[in-house]
Design a binder for this molecule. Structure first.
Ligand SMILES: C[S@@+](CC[C@H](N)C(=O)[O-])C[C@H]1O[C@@H](n2cnc3c(N)ncnc32)[C@H](O)[C@@H]1O
Length: 234
């Protein structure tokens, strides 16, 4: 993973969010699903950690929909954090921005929820296990860990089919030129990404008693995990 991530397409007049929406057609489902999971919790949702917060898409939705929430956004791109600060201006006092590399990140304090969308897929299994192992210690007993990301299938043939479909989608997209198409296919190739079933295994092995896949479509999935199964909402 590069030390600092730069958004593609800004030289072609696209905002970062617009590019992400083009590259990941399920972008809206992932982000709206995150907020739905948080809203469905019976536990308090006043402190929420967002990892790889980008331009603040999740932070804005959470601050907007969950009235008493406070959000900490972590990203290692100054460009992204600057954009987030502008976007979240109206929520002044309810958010904090931290420039840190998630590869070596250890949060301070504990959170009601930890959320990450389209960020952790570049971590190898060892790196993920390490990060998730740190994070679970900073999640309150009733807390929820929500991940929306790219995942592979366990069957190689399914992966090939999904990749072919994605390539067709990108190659025929009228808003993308050749360089953006290449960028999309390079950055979103799922061959080096872990499977959804290994993700669920990691969560179980580090101490989450319950996990559930809320949404799965093509290359992406949205899942959430809880430490305490007794605290499940009805
Ligand atoms: C594809 S973007 C997703 C942004 C946002 N979650 C969204 O869905 O709109 C990935 C984000 O993760 C950040 N990122 C990537 N690797 C990182 C790392 N090692 N540490 C911290 N942030 C990282 C990037 O700067 C970028 O903002």
């Amino acid at each position: 993973m590069p030390k600092e991530w730069h958004s593609p397409g800004t030289d072609k007049g696209f905002s970062y969010s617009e590019i992400l929406r083009l590259f990941v057609p399920e972008y809206e489902e992932l982000h709206s699903g995150v907020v739905e999971v948080l809203l469905s919790q019976q536990s308090d949702q006043s402190s929420i950690l967002v990892l790889g917060s980008g331009e603040g898409e999740d932070a804005e939705r959470i601050l907007d929909r969950i009235v008493d929430s406070n959000v900490v956004c972590v990203d290692n791109s100054e460009e992204m954090l600057d954009k987030t600060a502008k976007r979240l201006k109206r929520f002044s006092g309810r958010y904090r921005l931290i420039n840190a590399d998630l590869l070596n990140y250890e949060p301070e304090g504990s959170y009601d929820s930890i959320v990450s969308v389209l960020t952790l897929h570049h971590f190898d299994l060892g790196g993920k296990r390490r990060l998730y192992g740190h994070l679970i210690r900073h999640l309150k007993g009733e807390g929820v860990f929500v991940v929306g990301d790219l995942f592979t299938y366990s069957q190689p043939k399914l992966n090939e089919r999904v990749l072919k479909e994605y390539e067709r989608y990108i190659q025929s997209h009228p808003q993308l030129d050749d360089s953006l198409r290449q960028r999309a296919l390079k950055g979103h190739n799922i061959r080096n990404i872990n499977s959804l079933s290994s993700e669920l295994d990691i969560l179980k092995s580090i101490g989450y008693n319950f996990s559930e896949v809320l949404y799965r479509q093509s290359r992406v999935a949205l899942l959430y995990a809880m430490k305490n199964i007794q605290s499940l909402p009805d």
